[in-house]
Write a protein of this length. Sequence first.
Lengths: 307, 199
Amino acid sequence: MTYGYYPGCSLKGMSSEYDRSALGVCDQLGITLQEVPHWICCGATPAHATNHLLSIALPAKILASAASVPGQGEQAGPSPTVVAACAACYSRLRRANHELRADPQLRTQVQQVIETPYEGQVEVRHLLDLLRNEIGLEAIRRKATKPLEGLNVACYYGCLLVRPPEVVAFDDPENPQVMDELLTAAGATCVDWPFKTECCGGSFSASRPEVVVKLAHDLLREAHDAGADVVAVACPLCQSNLDLRQADVARTYGTSYHLPTLYFTQLLGLAFGLEPKALGLERLIVSPQAMLRKLAARPEPMEEAAS
Amino acid sequence: MEMVKTLTEEETRSFIDLVQARSGEKVVDCYQCGKCTAGCPMTFAMDIDPARIMRLAQLGQRDLVLGSHTIWLCASCETCTTRCPQEVDIARVMDTLRILAREADYTSAEREIASFNQTFLDNVKDRGRVHETLLVMQHKLRTRHLLQDAMKGPLLMSKGKLALRGHKAENLDEVRRIFENVEKVGAGLQPRPSEGGAE
């Protein structure tokens, strides 16, 4: 199965381990992700906070580019499909389609801006949605030759994967389950915790770091209190804010949580028996060593991570 | 609140009409249930809570609304939009308020955030894609916060997370045309705050 793939800027930069692990896991499941040609930035929050037309035009340009590739998402029937892994990119691509389909006037303006007759026809799906609803839990279970037994995971969805439901709609906006189901199928124990859709502060990490440190603290505390060994995420900003800011949390609030924050694809990859290096675990700031040690059935990765 | 202004009905209307026209949202439908504020993760840092921003907008209090920290501290997490029983897309209204604030030079409340957004978009315009290392360095330079998070650099470097040579899109001329066309197509389409806002 081949799908169009929009990695976005972070997955080709600071979060390349998400790209690497997503491609690795998909490869194991027989999915080929083909990068959208000539892709550009989706504009993220700075675009929609600055200029509405621009915030729709940038994703529309990306999707128009995907629409021009024959065979991308061939199995999905007449409408090509683009898969995104970054929650923020996913949200912006979905938002563009949503508004372009509903508003003919905006559609005309956007077509003038991108100089392409894009109408909103390309389907946009998140990798979580694709794995849960196209590949299915049974396939995950079969592939999980080294199941994550004994590992307590707090699945952290954040904002843009699940909200607003009119735009995204593959899971419940208040109590999403898809990541929990996937990681449970991979053998993990997903803990019940109350902050799975709370906000991490996103890009305020650069402009108002103290705000992010407070939000990260609350999230880490709740995950820790629920008994998690690890937080699983599907967004580069969530990952960075929980991982990179954890030392600041300890300094500001006096509590060291030592909670590694992994992409759900890294955890699936471990369950599929992929090497920690192939999943980019060495790029984590908070060490995953204790977590790997807990995976008693997997002595080799434990040694690798220690090196 | 001491700074609430007494306005004529016309002055009140001109602002709320502008906000509604630009956002496409019926801000007047807000009946102050407070659900947006209850679920907002950022209220601890805000000066005026989200429900009150909605009320002040209804009352035409342009200076208070556009000069607030709140409109910049909204993280666009969409919790309010998801929960609003009146189906007002509050996050979209916050976007509109930020845009109006920029147009009317009200950005001083949260200079860092406004400046970050601009630096980010400059990056997109110049490179087609965002180069995170460059973006953060440019942002710290522009806001003169060179020492803030300076120690993160070596740490990220040791983890291989700092790329000195970032990626670029191949179709930079197309990207530049998008930015130019947005100015052209966008110009004259929408009412601006100067066309009848209360000064």
